[in-house]
Design a protein around this ligand. Structure first.
Ligand code: NAD
Ligand code: GDD
Length: 324
């Protein structure tokens, strides 16, 4: 039986990844600062631990692991990473998790480690035109991410690749593009646009108004979490190291996205664009490389994924109302 350590297993993607590995017959240990708040991710063993501490990293990787998945990070949506207020915490916490966990895994003789980077590492100068952003893997340099979160991701990608070059551990690096789905953060300040807009629509009356940050013409693509996990597993099983985009190519403006969610809700909703943290003007995954190297690319429709997500958030919101 293969053994996997999932770092960040108490989080959104980590929880889904634990389920996927279990369904493939892995024995899984999860580690995180917290348990998954929605009970997602049924690991064989779950350790509450802080991966900024090198002693904890050494302890959690003990016991012999075939694979480590490093997803632990101090992260959030635009309201968390683009305000500037959390920059020191993001860089310090995430860089330490990466430095310590990678080193501990290599020292413990782990053969293969996965690292979750982000599309936020791409240069801002290629993402100024909302209708024509460029996010192909080779466009990463000259580097100019628009956030400290993106700079930390870029540093850590390079860190992982040095361990592969100099110390022999096999490394896999993916650049995730805005992952969404059930069991994702939907309130509290770290939620990304898909969950935030679903929540706003759910909270609005029929005929009401929701606030959308920016002019709403900024573009993004969003990837359903099951496809993200599929991409991670395919990358791990391949002989390609990356970095490679794991994202959707179905780009949409944020106002059109809000209209789609309003349509799914069945409510008549008016959009009010207000100032807020925006990030890049345009972003879309470029899936040429993943298609070439893995013979696969995400293909599910945004409508399908956001419909499931909308209904899951509506259930969570209803439970909160019942409890109040
Ligand atoms: P998440 O916030 O739900 O999960 C990250 C988990 O890491 C959290 O549960 C958190 O408690 C844990 N963590 C943070 N600091 C820790 C520490 N010091 N020790 C132990 N655990 C710690 O985020 P997610 O959406 O599941 O993202 C997973 C990974 O994918 C992250 O590295 C993130 O940067 C990356 N990523 C996500 C997206 C996305 O759209 N969700 C996009 C690009 C990259
Ligand atoms: N979060 C949020 N909440 N965003 C909103 C809202 C809202 O109520 N209204 C409009 N937006 C706009 C933001 O201003 C931004 O322009 C766009 O929706 C997308 O915001 P997010 O989904 O929060 O973040 P992002 O796409 O800029 O960055 C995310 O994806 C990266 C990978 O592609 C983040 O999750 C990063 O952490 C991640 O690495």
């Amino acid at each position: 039986m293969k053994r996997a350590l999932v770092c960040g297993a108490g989080g959104f993607i980590g929880g889904h990844l634990v389920n996927r590995l279990k369904s493939e017959g892995y024995w899984v240990r999860g580690v995180d600062l917290k348990y998954n708040e929605y009970g997602n991710g049924n690991a064989d063993e779950f350790v509450i631990g802080d991966l900024t501490d090198p002693v904890i990293c050494r302890q959690v990787v003990e016991g012999g692991f075939d694979e480590v998945y490093q997803l632990a990070a101090d992260m959030g949506g635009a309201g968390y990473i683009f305000t500037g207020e959390n920059d020191a915490a993001v860089m310090h916490n995430s860089a330490l998790c990466n430095l310590n966990m990678l080193h501990a895994a290599q020292q413990a003789g782990v053969k293969k480690i996965f690292y979750s980077s982000s599309a936020c590492m791409y240069p801002e100068y290629n993402q100024l035109d909302p209708d024509n952003p460029k996010c192909s893997e080779e466009s990463a340099y000259p580097a100019a991410p628009d956030s400290e979160y993106g700079w930390e991701k870029l540093f850590s990608e390079r860190l992982y690749l040095t361990y592969q070059r100099n110390l022999g551990i096999t490394v896999k690096v993916a650049r995730f593009h805005n992952i969404f789905g059930p069991q994702g953060t939907w309130k509290g300040g770290r939620e990304k646009a898909p969950a935030a807009i679903c929540r706003k629509v759910i909270e609005a009356e029929d005929g009401g108004t929701i606030e959308i940050w920016g002019d709403g013409k900024q573009t993004r693509s969003f990837l359903y979490v099951e496809e993200c996990v599929e991409g991670v597993r395919r990358l791990m099983e391949s002989d390609f190291s990356g970095p490679v985009n794991i994202g959707s190519e179905e780009m949409i403006s944020i106002n059109d996205f809000a209209k789609l969610i309003a349509e799914i809700s069945g409510k008549k909703i008016t959009i009010k664009n207000i100032p807020g943290p925006e990030g890049v003007r345009g972003r879309n995954s470029d899936n040429a490389l993943i298609q070439e190297k893995l013979g696969w690319a995400p293909s599910h429709s945004l409508r399908e994924g956001i419909t499931k997500t909308y209904h899951w958030i509506a259930e969570q919101a209803a439970k909160e109302v019942e409890l109040a």
